[in-house]
Design a protein around this ligand. Structure first.
Ligand SMILES: Cc1cc2nc3c(=O)[nH]c(=O)nc-3n(C[C@H](O)[C@H](O)[C@H](O)COP(=O)(O)OP(=O)(O)OC[C@H]3O[C@@H](n4cnc5c(N)ncnc54)[C@H](O)[C@@H]3O)c2cc1C
Length: 446
């Protein structure tokens, strides 16, 4: 192959390993430098299974490297949300139309498979235990410390920074002129817990759903794993009453959990041990502009960390990779154009999903249990089913399409207007009345 520029990918996580495969397929000479040991040999999760919701955008990117069907085979489809009230009452909301679902996948399993695929290419070299410390944006040099503590300087034609939310490359960019950057922490943190399988591996709750225990100021979610367990994530404030900070003794922890998540506690035999052993993670939104400085480009969380409440961080990171890959296909070897189009296409979309993810947090923890919200969701669901050409919910646009996130964001307001009009006109229980509903859908400002 003739395209032989050398490209360094800093960070062999989800976005970095996927993009390394894309670059390899295009014939570039690729070096991936990853801070952690090789996760194919070492257990980097400490034995915990952590899962993620993979949806259309992520699958689209995986299809570019022929991995989508294989990953789907190992995934567990989640067709809707199962809400658990404080009394243990269950309410189910489908995520979309029949046949639309999100997929619970193992983070480590997916990352390992992507690294394996990257490694199968002769033109990819993987370097583990290499921490990027800094770079020189003008000289195209990246500075690492290797596993022996030795400093190492590497030079390349182009550098893609996929080193996550606290990117060392972005830190260097932040010191350049007119680089906009913001980092906002939520007052909330998260802790992973586990619902174990039945003996024999059966699931203790509905398998094909994302479970939510919305409790206003805090909430828990659970995603299924293929071994019959669920990875639960408890979101709570760091400080104040009923917070990670205030629950100190075993009694306080158990009393809080048993009161708020009564139906789940009997399913979690190790809950106290897990609570005490697992760290509290923080939730950060990172935005920046530009994403490109010279021959360096940011991708994934290094460019746009978002809170996890729309299940889109990885999907968005994978979409970055797919978009940049397409642009290389279209404009190569004009890298200036490739990078400028990449920024034009991605920055406004990343900002939109950052906003939507924060909005969805409020929705999940406060609203999913409320009647008017459930009614809105019912109307939406019926409109999506009855008028697929004329109505798409914001969730559908974000999760089951590759339309711009910024378009989905704008359509959320349009949809709210449609539902208000339907309710005002007393049509909420006459949604199949085409003569009444279609004009409302058609006249809505898009
Ligand atoms: C609790 C939680 C739940 C989530 N759930 C979902 C979900 O359901 N769906 C979804 O789409 N997204 C979800 N996300 C978001 C998702 O995890 C991230 O958006 C995604 O991992 C981003 O991929 P990335 O490759 O950009 O970064 P990362 O996956 O963070 O990878 C960065 C890599 O760079 C390496 N690295 C870091 N610093 C250096 C350095 N200095 N030198 C060398 N290497 C370095 C790291 O070791 C890592 O391997 C969730 C996030 C959280 C916190």
């Amino acid at each position: 192959m003739s395209k032989k520029e050398k490209i360094i990918v800093v960070g062999g996580g989800l976005a970095g390993s996927l993009f390394a495969v894309c670059l390899a397929k295009k014939g570039f000479d690729v070096d991936v430098y990853e801070r952690r040991p090789d996760m194919r040999k070492d257990d980097v999760d400490g034995g915990r299974s952590i899962n993620l919701a993979l949806s259309t955008r992520g699958l689209h990117a995986l299809s570019k490297i022929g991995l989508d069907q294989e990953i789907l085979k190992q995934a567990i489809p989640m067709n809707g949300r199962m809400m658990h009230s404080i009394d243990g009452e269950l309410t189910y909301q489908p995520y979309g139309k029949d046949g639309q679902y999100i997929n619970s996948v193992s983070r480590a399993g997916l990352n390992r498979r992507l690294l394996e695929l990257a490694d199968e290419n002769e033109n990819v070299d993987l370097h583990f235990n290499h921490r990027c410390d800094d770079c020189d944006l003008e000289k195209n040099e990246v500075y690492f410390t290797d596993e022996n503590g030795q400093a190492k300087t590497v030079k390349a034609d182009y550098i893609i920074a996929t080193d996550g939310a606290f990117s060392a490359i972005r830190l260097r960019m932040q010191k350049t002129n007119r680089f906009d950057f913001s980092q906002d922490y939520q007052d909330y943190g998260y802790k992973e817990l586990e619902i174990t399988p039945e003996e024999g591996g059966a699931f203790k709750m509905e398998k094909n759903a994302l479970h939510i225990w919305p409790r206003g100021n805090y909430m828990m979610i659970a995603l299924p794993n293929p071994d019959g367990s669920y990875t639960c994530t408890l979101f709570m404030p760091f400080e104040g009453e009923n917070s990670f900070g205030s629950l100190k003794t075993d009694e306080q922890i158990m009393e809080f959990l048993a009161h708020n998540f009564a139906d789940s506690i009997p399913l979690m035999p190790n809950v106290l041990e897990d609570y005490k052993a697992n760290p509290v993670g923080s939730l950060v939104t990172v935005r920046c502009n530009p994403w490109v400085r010279g021959n360096f480009a940011l991708m994934g969380d290094s460019a746009h960390a978002v809170v996890p409440f729309y299940g889109q961080g990885m999907n968005c990171a994978f979409e970055d990779a797919a978009v940049l890959d397409d642009l290389i296909g279209k404009h190569y070897p004009n890298w200036e154009l490739i990078f400028s189009e990449y920024e034009k296409e991605r920055i406004h979309n990343a900002n939109a999903i950052a906003d939507l993810a924060i909005k969805n947090f409020k929705e999940m923890r406060d609203l999913v249990g409320q009647e008017d919200f459930l009614e809105k969701k019912r109307i939406e669901h019926e409109l999506c089913e009855l008028y697929p050409e004329h109505y798409k919910s914001q969730y559908e646009l974000v999760t089951f399409s590759t339309e711009d996130y910024s378009y989905a964001q704008a359509m959320g307001d349009v949809n709210d207007g449609i539902i208000e009009t339907i309710k005002e006109k007393g049509l909420a229980n006459r949604l199949s009345d085409k003569d009444a509903i279609l004009p409302i859908l058609q006249s809505a400002k898009r």
